[in-house]
Write a protein that binds this ligand. Structure first.
Ligand code: MG
Ligand code: FE
Length: 172
C-alpha cells in the first residue's frame, strides 16, 4: 500500500467512526427530547441540534461516498444500542435532566475532538471537500457545547426548585 492509500484508509475509518457517533447522537438527543416535559428551552435547543445532526450525517455520508466507502453497519448498530442503554438508564434517575445535560456536554466535546482530528487528517491527504464538511460541522458542536455550559447553572436552579416543590410531580 502506498503512503497516500494508508492515510486515506485511516481518514475513511475516522469518517465511519464519526458517522457512528452521529447516529448515537441522534438516538441520545431524541430520547432526551422525548422525555423532557418542563424544560422547553432545553428541549428546543436539543431539537435544533437533532436537525443539525441529520445534516451532519448527510455530510459524512457524502464524504464516505466520494471516497468509495460506506458507513460501517456494525459500528452503527453498536452505537445505537449503547445510546439506547443510556436513554433507558437515564429514565430511572430523578436527576436525569441534569445528568442528561452533563452527558450532552461531554458528548459534544467528543464530537469537537473528532472533527478537529478529521479536519487535520483531511488536510494531510489533501481532501478539501472532507475538510470543508468537517469545518462546517465543528462550529455546530462547539455551539451546542457552549449552550449547555451556559445553561447548566439555570437548569440546575430550576431542577432544584422542582425537587423542593411537592406540587411539581415530574422532575424532567
Ligand atoms: Mg454531531
Ligand atoms: Fe453534536
Amino acid at each position: 500500500m502506498t503512503e497516500t492509500n494508508v492515510k486515506t484508509g485511516t481518514l475513511v475509518d475516522w469518517l465511519r467512526d464519526a458517522h457512528a457517533m452521529e447516529q448515537q447522537a441522534e438516538t441520545m438527543l431524541k430520547a432526551q427530547s422525548q422525555r423532557l416535559e418542563h424544560y422547553p428551552q432545553l428541549k428546543a435547543r436539543i431539537d435544533q441540534h437533532i436537525e443539525e445532526t441529520y445534516g451532519q450525517q448527510k455530510l459524512l455520508e457524502g464524504c464516505l461516498q466520494r471516497l468509495g466507502a460506506s458507513p460501517s453497519a456494525v459500528k452503527d448498530i453498536a452505537g445505537k444500542l449503547s445510546a439506547f442503554g443510556q436513554g433507558v438508564a437515564g429514565g430511572f434517575m430523578t436527576d436525569e435532566v441534569i445528568k442528561g445535560a452533563m452527558s450532552g456536554y461531554i458528548f459534544e466535546h467528543m464530537e469537537i475532538a473528532s472533527y478537529t482530528v478529521l479536519i487535520a487528517a483531511a488536510k494531510a491527504v489533501g481532501d478539501v471537500e472532507t475538510q470543508r464538511a468537517c469545518e462546517q460541522i465543528l462550529p455546530q458542536e462547539e455551539a451546542m457545547a457552549a449552550w449547555l455550559r451556559d445553561h447548566l447553572p439555570e437548569l440546575t436552579t430550576a431542577f432544584l426548585g422542582r425537587l423542593a416543590d411537592p406540587e411539581a410531580a415530574s422532575k424532567r
